[in-house]
Design a protein around this ligand. Structure first.
Ligand code: BG6
Length: 303
């Protein structure tokens, strides 16, 4: 593991990308360019901030988030891999897999000619996860910071047999008020309602929130838009390589029960997660790879 000064020497870009370590020991890369600002933690390769220039932050992090080695941070864009939700067979394995809790390696940071900043991160194989995942696979992420935020999550199966992988980019978006946002683009999609014992329904019209919501939408490949009348903006989420979208808001009681969220923690966040989950879990053929790609953009209402 390189120190912060070694990371800055090798990968820092003057005025554009610098590495810092916070009081809890979290190492992060801070990006500033003419198009946007961003911050990515090496633990979990977790995006913690992104704001297009002149705009409000798009990514939400709880103000009660706990930054501790090996623990998931509440907010940002955690990566769930190689399973989504609880493990099928082992309740003692971490929810949403282990890569969000462990350190990734920084491979490169580049200033691209179009003015964006791109970085590549690699999840290193480690002995402590072999019991949980006895497979020969690799996981890499390329993240591009600009007016759009792009993520390309690449899983490679190096085995001579298929491997089943569940995954999600579990992004928490900053919103004005959960009671007023509308999610468009899921109309007509079947969904699994995790709040109602996994019942299956079909989405009629837009998604609105007036209670705990925890759903896996299937056949969801279109753009999804978060329409936010309070912040006067629309967040557009485009994707490839994913046919499921998870929508989550814990609402009042669950939020109050989570110490890294707190009583009113649910009001200004909504998770819209581009996934390969449930019926859409990946079955990666031998020696093949898969790209889960997302692109976030923001359209602000003109005053
Ligand atoms: C969502 C799940 O993706 O993540 C929810 O659908 C879960 O069921 C939520 O509660 C948060 O998970 P965690 O492990 O970060 O608390």
């Amino acid at each position: 593991m390189l120190s912060v000064s070694e990371l800055n020497q090798r990968h820092g870009i003057s005025g554009q990308a610098s590495f810092v370590q916070d009081a809890n020991g979290f190492v992060m890369v801070k990006v500033t360019n003419a198009q946007a600002t961003a911050c990515i933690a090496l633990q979990g390769a977790q995006l913690l901030h992104w704001a297009p220039a002149g705009q409000q932050p798009v990514i939400w992090v709880s103000d009660r988030a706990i930054y501790a080695p090996g623990k998931p941070v509440r907010g940002g864009a955690p990566i769930c891999w190689p399973w989504f939700g609880p493990h099928d067979a082992r309740a003692d394995f971490p929810a949403h897999g282990f890569v969000r809790n462990l350190l990734w390696e920084l491979v490169r940071v580049d200033a691209l000619p179009d003015g964006t900043t791109q970085m590549a991160l690699h999840f290193p194989a480690q002995n402590e996860t072999t019991e949980q995942w006895p497979h020969d696979t690799t996981l890499d992420m390329e993240l591009t910071v600009g007016r759009c935020l792009k993520v390309d999550l690449v899983t490679r199966n190096q085995e001579n047999q298929p491997v089943t992988v569940g995954q999600a980019l579990h992004t928490y978006f900053q919103i004005g008020d959960i009671r007023q946002v509308r999610i468009l683009g899921l109309e007509g999609c079947p969904y699994i309602d995790k709040v109602r014992h996994g019942e299956r329904h079909v989405q009629e019209g837009e998604v609105r929130f007036d209670r705990e919501t925890d759903r896996i939408y299937l056949n969801s490949t279109r753009d999804v838009v978060i329409e936010d009348p309070v912040m006067k903006r629309r967040i557009r989420i485009a994707k490839k390589g994913s046919a499921s979208t998870v929508v989550w808001n814990p609402w009042v009681e669950k939020s109050a029960a989570m110490k890294d969220l707190g009583a009113d923690g649910y009001v200004r966040m909504v998770c819209v997660e581009n996934a390969n989950a449930a019926d859409d879990v990946l079955v990666l053929p031998a020696y093949s790879s898969h790209h889960l790609e997302v692109c976030y953009t923001v359209e602000e209402e003109k005053p």
